[in-house]
Every structure is written in C-alpha cells, then in structure tokens.
Design a protein around this ligand. Structure first.
Ligand code: FAD
Length: 620
C-alpha cells in the first residue's frame, strides 16, 4: 500500500505540520500520519498566535519559508503589536485567530504542497534496525517504511484528562490518547517524564453582558506576521477584558479539595507562566482580582475563550465561579476547562538538529520535547523537518545559532540545559534579543533559507532590496542637514531641547522623542524620499538610526562570543581522559555531547575552570 518515504512525520499538530511542509518543500517524499485528519493543526488551547517572544518566532519561521505566519495572517480576527511603547526588541506581534479556519487553512496548505501524503491512524511503534529508525508500525499493524521519522506527538502520549475528581484517557478533549510509543522508547533506553497543562472553559457568547466589560480592539493599522503578500481579512473583531473578584476566588476555593492539582493526583509539572486560576489564587493570595481576556473563537461562532481562567476544578465549581465574574452573570458554558497530563522526553537526549542521540534518523519536535505553545512547537517541527530531509540526502545539517534567532535560543536551551517544567519562550531567554527583533527576521534568516532552497531568488531579492532601501534612508539622514529655524518649534512641541546650530537629520532623529514621521514634516526632501518606500522599510531605517550604536556594541559581543561557538568539539570526544574535569562536568559533557565550546559553557554544572581544561585539549 505504501512506498518507502524519505520522511515520515507522526502527528499533525503545529510541529508536525511545519515538519511535513519543510521536508516536502525541500524535495522529500513525506507521509504525514495523524490520529485524526479532522484535527490537523488544531489549536488545543488559546485561538491565538504570537505574543511576547513567540511573535518573533512566528516571524522567523515565515522568514525561512514556513507556513505558520501565513496561516495566522489569513485567519486573523484581531492583530496587535504588543509592547509598542517599549524598545523595538520588545515589539511582539500577536493575532487572535479563527480556530476552525486556522486548522482548515493548514490542511489546505499541506494538501497543496506537492510530496505530502496523508494517513489517518495511530502509530504504535517504530521500526528500528541497527539503531536506526526505518519506519513505523500503526495500530492496525501496517508497517510503513521511511528513511527518517519525526515524532511530534504533542500532549497525546499516555495523556490523562482531569476535571475535578474525574479522570480519563485522552490526548485532548474528545480525542484518544496515544499508547505504545513511550513504552517502546523507554525500552530502547530513552528517559521519559510527565508534564501537565490546562485549558479554560468555553462559553456561549450570546449569554454574556459585554456592557460590563472593557472593549479591547486591535491595532488601527494592523500589521502581519508574514513577509509575503498574504491578503489579510478586511475587518477585525473586538475582544473584552473583565476581572475576577473575591467572591469568585472564594467559590473556586470551595473546589480545592476536589482539585486534581492540590490532591496530588496530577504528578506532572505545569507551565509556570501560564498557571491555572486555582494556582494563581493559591500562589498570589494577596491579589484581589485577576484579569480575564474574553476572546472570540471565530468569525462564524458565538463561542468564547476565557483567557486567564484555565482550570481543572469540578465543572460545577467552574460554572458557579464564572457566573460571579462581571458580564458572566448569565453565562452558559459550552465546554468545561480541564487539565491534561502527558509523557515527554527530556530534550537533552537530542542533538542540536533535533535528531535523537540514541537512534539515528529519528527526530523529536514540539511538546514531546517538554515545550509548551504552538510557536515553540512549530519552530522545532520546521527545523526537524529540514534536518530530516538533509540527513537522508547526506546534506549538511542546519543548526540555528543563539545570536541569529529565537529558534536557535529555544533549541540550544532545550538540548543543552534540558527542562523539567513546560518550556515557553521569553525575550529574557535571548542574550542577544536586541538583534533578534520581529522587524528583521527576514534580514537575519532569509539568506539561510535561500541557501537551503526553501525560499525563491525573488523572495531573497525583496529582502536585499529592503536592506538597500533602508540603508539609503539612513545614508540620506547622515548627509542631509536640518535648518535650526525649521526644526526648533517642532522639537519644542515634542518636549526636547531646541537646536543651537544646523545639524544632520540623523542627529535629530537619534533623539528618543523625535520620530521619523515628525521630522519628514520639516524636511520636504526627506519627505519626498520616504514617499518612495513602503512603511516597513521606513520603520526599518528608523530603528537603524535610533539604535545604531547599541547594535554595534551588541554585534561586537556576538563576534567575541563567536570564537567560543566556532571551537567545535568532536561528538565522540572522550571526556573520561580529562582527569582535571570535575566529576559533575564530565558526567554532563558525556550526556549532552556539546558540539562547540560555547555550548559546553552553557551546560549547568560545567564551570569556567572545566571550560579552560577543555579549551586546552581542544586546541591541541
Ligand atoms: P499537538 O498540537 O498536541 O499535536 C499532536 C498531534 O499528534 C495531534 O495531531 C495528534 O493527533 C497526533 N498524534 C499524537 N500521537 C500520535 C500517534 N501515536 N500516531 C499518530 N498521530 C499522533 N500551550 C500554551 O502555550 N499555553 C497554554 O496554556 C496551553 N494549554 C494547553 C492546554 C491543553 C489542554 C492542551 C492539550 C494544550 C495546551 N497547550 C498550551 C499546548 C499547545 O497546544 C501545544 O504546545 C501545541 O499544540 C503543541 O504542538 P505539537 O505539534 O507538539 O502537538
């Protein structure tokens, strides 16, 4: 029934979809096997993409030819650029999305991708020969052969759903758990762990009183994730904000004795930064209220997602507490919130390509690696799909650097440090975040994708033109002066000191209070120049002008650190021969098998003196 595939992807969540698309777009024949083809790219929790640091990841995937940004744009209900009042390193695009349309568009995109075949079934085990994966065996007993396999099982491996004291097997509400794989992998020598996550109840929007809530509209001039020309929806939908109160908290507390979290029935650790409402009340007892975002689930549904109210308390307690929230007095519940526990595999068992160290040609991506979030999953899937293709074609591997992408930070953190609780991305995890901005993901990453063959010559040419155009604007500001007489009244109105001599435009624009849109009003030649470029190019030039000296300093740091990153270590290096290493360092180095001295220096337990020992031996 089946030919031998180049790459078999197990699971069609965010990781699996990007993995399948990337491998297929590079030319691999791909089979995407998933338990339910109706839930391809299902958003299990929040119908939203992006947000702080996550939005940067979506831009990075898009800059490299992945699909998540395009699909998020096509299905946008509302777009907001978060943190716009802070520096550009913090600007983070976020969309509210139509959950159904998001899944539909992903399926369509995959169906339109040549080289992707589909099969709906549960994979129960892997076929392994000489420590190399050669295919998969499904629950029906069908054996399908593939040169590489990417596992992206998400929250499904031995998943258990909890609502109050009730618990049952499931990978997501209404879907079966996946069994067999964890057992086989642990027999093969993999270490597995348990994690948990949760989701809020969904509400009938017709039963809510929106007059009691604050409106939250999207941006007036909405942006986008994709650097391509996706047609955005014409309209946006409103979201709302309301708050819990002490009555809500008291009601929720009544259910604590039946809470699977507090009675110890849930053993796995949950996402620290996405706590359940009961966790928030427990941990932040002094807080009188918590913010609730009331978010529509789609264009053609009245279903509402209650962001901030994730819970696994009994359904009657959830309901009673909800009806005490302003605007929710007459709320009707569509679906209760729940928590789910599932197996994951500590990601230190992977190399930086996301291939497992134990079994060749076997890759893991997404929640199976202990992460949480669609964006984190999608980016890993994308890289695993690329590397699976490269591996079966004996082509060079793709290892993303920490200094060039959030994706690089994510994978390096996972593989080098591991994670014991669901890992989500933050800007603070990236030491070079000033360089890893949402506005320049194309400049940073499109050349890499072009070299791989994932984006066209035309697309790279657009990126190069953006660089040339923004450089031309910067050069103009360094040459062209501004007349004191013309600028001073503007500067005063902006609350910044007037000029006492004529200066270059660049010098005025470097002031934090002065924007490019202000200064074009007092320089007609500058205005004329800017009129020839699009908004994104003008914005890019402004960022370059304002932060030039910071970027230069940051680049110097990157270059210095790069020396450590360039010192490669043979993965088979025998650390046992280095007697001067501490015992802990030796054990960790043998386990992680770092690829570079830089990576070795980030392993917890490896001290600067261990690094000095290593440096001497590597340099020999
Ligand atoms: P998933 O999206 O889970 O997809 C896994 C896919 O694999 C599915 O298509 C499934 O059918 C398929 N599959 C699994 N096993 C097999 C098998 N053996 N054979 C064939 N197919 C298989 N993220 C957040 O950032 N914040 C949150 O608050 C949050 N809450 C969540 C709450 C719940 C209840 C759930 C379920 C998830 C939550 N998430 C949350 C996580 C988010 O959904 C995931 O991070 C993301 O979907 C992971 O993507 P993935 O591709 O790794 O896996």
């Amino acid at each position: 029934m089946f030919k031998e595939y180049d790459v078999i992807v197990v699971g069609a969540g965010h990781a699996g979809c990007e993995a399948a698309a990337a491998a297929a777009n590079l030319g691999s024949s791909v089979l995407l096997i998933t338990m339910n083809m109706e839930t391809i790219a299902q958003m299990s929790c929040n119908p939203a993409m992006g947000g702080v640091a996550k939005g940067q990841i979506v831009r990075e995937i898009d800059a490299m030819g992945g699909y998540s940004g395009i699909i998020a744009d096509k299905t946008t209900l509302q777009f907001r650029m978060l943190n716009k009042s802070k520096g550009p390193a913090m600007w983070s695009p976020r969309t509210q999305n139509d959950r159904k349309r998001f899944a539909e568009e992903w399926r369509l995109a995959l169906e339109r991708t040549p080289n992707v075949d589909f099969w709906q079934e549960m994979v129960g085990s892997l076929l392994i020969k000489n420590n190399t994966v050669v295919g998969v065996k499904t629950a029906l007993g069908v054996e399908i052969y593939g040169k590489a396999v990417v596992l992206t099982n998400g929250t499904f491996l031995n998943g258990i759903i909890h609502v109050g004291e009730k618990k049952f097997g499931g990978g997501r509400t209404g879907e079966k758990a996946a069994t067999g794989l964890t057992e086989q992998l642990t027999e093969l020598g993999f270490e597995a762990g348990r994690m948990k996550t949760g989701t809020p109840p969904r509400i009938d929007g017709r039963s809510l009183d929106y007059t009691r809530m604050e409106e939250q509209w999207g941006d007036e001039n909405p942006g986008r994730f994709s650097y391509t020309n996706v047609t955005l929806p014409k309209d946006q939908r409103c979201c709302w904000i309301t708050y819990t109160n002490e009555n809500v908290h008291e009601t929720l507390k009544e259910g604590f004795e039946k809470s699977p979290m507090f009675t110890g029935r849930i053993k796995g650790l949950g996402p620290r930064y996405c706590p359940s409402i009961e966790d928030k009340i427990n941990r932040f007892a002094e807080r009188e209220r918590h913010q609730i975002f009331v978010e529509p689930e789609g264009w053609n549904t009245c279903e509402i997602y209650v962001n901030g109210f994730s819970t696994s308390l009994p359904e009657d307690v959830q309901y009673k507490a909800l009806t005490q929230i302003p605007g929710f007095e007459n709320a009707k519940m569509f679906r209760p919130g729940y928590a789910i526990e599932y197996d994951y595999f500590p990601p230190t068992q992977l190399s930086l390509t996301l291939e497992t160290k134990l079994i060749s040609n076997l890759f893991f991506a997404g929640q199976i690696n202990g992460t949480t979030g669609y964006e984190e999953a999608a980016s890993q899937g994308f890289i695993a799909g690329i590397n699976a293709h490269q591996k079966v074609n004996d082509a060079h591997e793709l290892i993303m650097k920490r200094s060039e992408s959030y994706i690089g930070v994510l994978i390096d953190d996972l593989v080098t440090k591991g994670t014991e609780e669901p890992y989500r991305m933050f800007t603070s995890r990236a030491e070079h975040r000033l360089l890893l901005r949402q506005d320049n993901a194309d400049i940073r990453l499109s050349p890499i994708a072009h070299k791989l063959g994932l984006i066209s010559d035309e697309r790279l040419a657009i990126v190069n033109q953006k660089i040339a155009n923004s450089d031309a604007i910067v050069a103009f500001t360094k040459e062209q002066g501004v007349q004191m007489s013309e600028a001073n009244s503007l500067l005063e109105s902006l609350g910044t000191a007037p000029l006492n001599q004529n200066v270059k435009l660049f010098s005025v624009l470097s002031r934090p209070q002065v924007g490019i849109e202000d200064i074009r009003k007092v320089s007609s030649s500058f205005d004329q120049l800017l009129n020839t470029f699009d908004q994104e190019t003008v914005e890019q030039a402004e960022i370059k002008i304002k932060y030039e000296s910071y970027f230069e300093k940051e680049n110097e740091i990157v270059n210095k650190m790069q020396k450590m990153e360039d010192k490669s270590i043979n993965p088979d290096f025998d650390y046992n021969q280095l007697v001067s290493l501490s015992k802990e360092a030796r054990e960790k180095l043998l386990k992680i098998k770092p690829r570079t001295l830089g990576q070795a220096s980030r392993i917890s337990g490896v001290s600067p003196s261990d690094i000095s020992v290593l440096m001497v031996h590597i340099s020999k």
